[in-house]
Design a protein. Structure first.
Length: 150
């Protein structure tokens, strides 16, 4: 998994509108990238909505925000429109970004093991250096967790 001190990997994928998003789009800006398992599920909705509800505070602190999951562009678009998110959602269907960040891992749920996205938030400074990794994300307090040490 990407760790504190690592540089932002080169990214290129599409957002909920099918527009290309690259890591270079965020050069010179502080960036929050949060990975979530699946659009429109209870935990992911709580996390994404909490971040959206606090977007003005995050922006005031100088952050840009980017959500990433392996959902399709169509699923991301429905999720984005349903809740009116004010930040892009990346459809990483081929898991390039997910694997670069190391969040595609073995998970356990109800006695079953499977590969999936581990809910994780990465915070980068203006130079693209990872300054914080939140690996125990509280879905209803995601923004508070980010702002705690900013």
């Amino acid at each position: 998994m990407l760790k504190v001190g690592d540089k932002l990997p080169e990214l290129e994928s599409v957002n909920q509108d099918g527009e290309t998003v690259k890591s270079t789009d965020f050069s010179g800006n502080k960036l929050i990238i949060f990975f979530y398992p699946r659009a429109n599920t209870p935990g992911c909705t709580a996390e994404a909505c909490d971040l959206n509800d606090n977007i003005s505070i995050l922006k005031k602190e100088g952050y840009q925000l980017l959500g990433v999951s392996a959902d399709s562009v169509t699923a991301q678009k429905k999720f984005h429109e349903k809740f009116g998110f004010q930040y892009p959602l990346i459809a990483d269907e081929n898991k390039d970004i997910i694997e670069k960040f190391g969040v595609w891992q073995l998970k356990k749920f109800m006695g079953k093991e499977f590969m999936g996205i581990v809910r994780t938030t990465f915070i980068f400074d203006e130079n693209g250096i990872c300054i914080r990794v939140i690996d125990k994300v509280k879905t209803k307090e995601a923004a508070k967790q980010i702002l705690e040490n900013s």
